[in-house]
Design a binder for this molecule. Structure first.
Ligand code: IPM
Ligand code: MN
Length: 346
């Protein structure tokens, strides 16, 4: 039976994950959930974010289901950084898979765009780039201060994310792969992306392949999102364009993601949104991103038919206005979860 480590984390994390688990339990009884305490409470009580041993122990699970991390009582956010980025780096979850699919045209801020126009998947490199902390500060706090944040691009890292993007487009029968960088200004690292993209792309002559500078990509995502099937990009650009993508699909409450290492057989699934401390405990957090992330986890565990069913049920709830207040509805977090379960069982 697949073992899932559940890290609810902070804020609304536990509220939305409860709905994701409720939905999963309504479609299968073949999952075992192990609830782990990592988050701000645990950090404040023990001084420990997550130990190296506990991090390694996550590899024994088939998947990790994460809520959100971030708490005003920990202004440095050290626990969020060490747990979330810690998982991505130490478990080498090199693919951050972020689908951007419009499920209901009414939630799209773009004029005259429907679900057929907005359906692409971003492959965000998840283990290097500008996120590694390579760099340093010199003469901190003085008028002569220098701060360097180095962007790390390795041949291995760039190649494996580009390969994953092409393989995904190929196996899913998609038309094109777009690689986005800023090689007109960043001439070393992004030149590597250019060369690897061409090299790996040559192995997929049947796929349309094109490149856009990231500034142009943001324009095109708004002007003509129908151009895109698969977008592959680096860590920081992927972070930024997937928030844009989240808004195009109806808001951060609908954006799901998976952090994957297919080689090590470990995947971590989380809604793209954060812990939303201002609405904690009010029962108004939108659980749909967490529910859709649970669906992605099912595909990861070899049950893609369950993801299809969950996504269809979510679409039905959106169509029937069975939604939380930020989308214009009147339902609570738990009622939206119940509505998804009802749609699944109908
Ligand atoms: C995300 C978040 C994180 C990131 C933050 C919390 C470090 O914004 O998962 O998109 O930048 O990756
Ligand atoms: Mn982000």
């Amino acid at each position: 039976m697949p073992q899932i480590a559940v890290i609810a984390g902070d804020g609304i994390g536990s509220e939305v994950l409860a709905e994701g688990i409720k939905v999963l339990e309504s479609v299968t009884d073949d999952l075992e959930f192990d609830h782990l305490p990592y988050g701000a409470d645990h950090y404040l009580a023990t001084g420990e974010t997550i130990t190296p041993e506990h991090m390694q122990a996550l590899l024994d699970y088939d998947a990790v289901y994460l809520g959100a991390l971030g708490d005003p009582r920990v202004p440095s956010n050290v626990h969020a950084k060490e747990i979330l980025l810690g998982m991505r780096f130490q478990l080498d979850l090199y693919i951050n898979l972020r689908p951007c699919r419009l499920l209901d045209a009414r939630y799209c801020p773009l004029k005259d765009k429907g679900p057929d126009d907005l359906s692409f998947t971003v492959f965000r490199e998840n283990t290097e780039g500008l996120y590694t902390g390579v760099g340093g500060q010199f003469k901190r706090g003085t008028a002569d201060e220098i701060a360097i944040e180095a962007e790390l691009n390795t041949r291995k890292g760039v190649e494996r994310i580009i390969r994953a993007a092409f393989a995904y487009a190929d196996t899913h029968g998609l038309k094109s792969v777009c690689m986005s960088d800023k090689s007109n200004a960043m001439r070393h690292g992004h030149d590597l992306w250019q060369r690897v993209f061409k090299e790996v792309g040559a192995e997929y002559p049947g796929l349309e392949q094109f490149h856009l500078y990231v500034d142009v990509l943001t324009m095109e995502m708004v002007r003509a999102p129908e151009r895109f099937d698969v977008i592959v990009t680096n860590n920081l650009f992927g972070d930024i364009v997937t928030d844009l993508g989240a808004q195009l699909q109806g808001g951060i409450g609908l954006a799901a993601s998976g952090n994957l290492n297919p080689d090590a057989g470990i995947g971590m699934f989380e809604p793209v949104h954060g812990s939303a401390p201002t609405i904690v405990g009010q029962g108004i957090a939108n659980p749909l991103a967490a529910i859709l992330s649970a669906g992605m986890m099912m595909t990861w565990l070899g049950r893609p038919e369950l993801e299809t069913r969950i996504e269809r049920a979510v679409r039905q709830c959106l169509e029937a206005d069975l939604i939380t207040p930020e989308l214009g509805g009147t339902l609570s977090t738990g009622e939206v979860g119940d509505a998804v379960v009802a749609a699944l069982c109908a």
